[in-house]
Design a protein. Sequence first.
Length: 209
Amino acid sequence: MKGISFLLLTMTAICWAQDTGPLSGLATLHSGITSERASSWDRSVGNADFIVVKSGATVPLAEIGGAGEIRHMWFTIASPSPDHLRELVIRMYWDGEADPSVEVPIGDFFGTGFDYEDIPGGNTGQAYHSWHSLPLTVYGNAMNCYFAMPFGKGARITISNDGAQDVSAFYYHIDYQKYPDESVTACQPAPGWLHQRRLLVPERATREA
């Protein structure tokens, strides 16, 4: 009898976890909601699935109209600059705002690049530190963000290169859902609406010779 009770309790806990976990709605289809992606895919239908970010340039990564929600972002970067994680600044604008709600070096956004390591050529550069959490993951040079970032009237994401050297290959995916109207987000714009404001780009740390 105790064995049966334990089995029933275990099955109940598993069912509850499936109903309330982060993947509980994965197989549910919602009317009027579409899944879309902005990415660095090769527009010539070749295999050069990256963009070049020139020194001093600001490049749009995603421009989305209407209501929706950013669900996932992936980036990986090939750059000759040893400090590109600090020099590349990501900005996110919601609902037509003129000033970004997010403005931060891409390495700081992903919690990496704070240490330095030896790189070819006898120099040192920012080191990628692999770490994992539910909303953010860095593995090698691959950086993933799973923060849900809803918007009601549009979203714009850009990357700026504040460094002296061009970024030769910037790869990215930005996955999002489009909603028929902002009421579907079940989350109206308000203070703390999963939008962060950060205005200062920190100076490069002084390193020992």
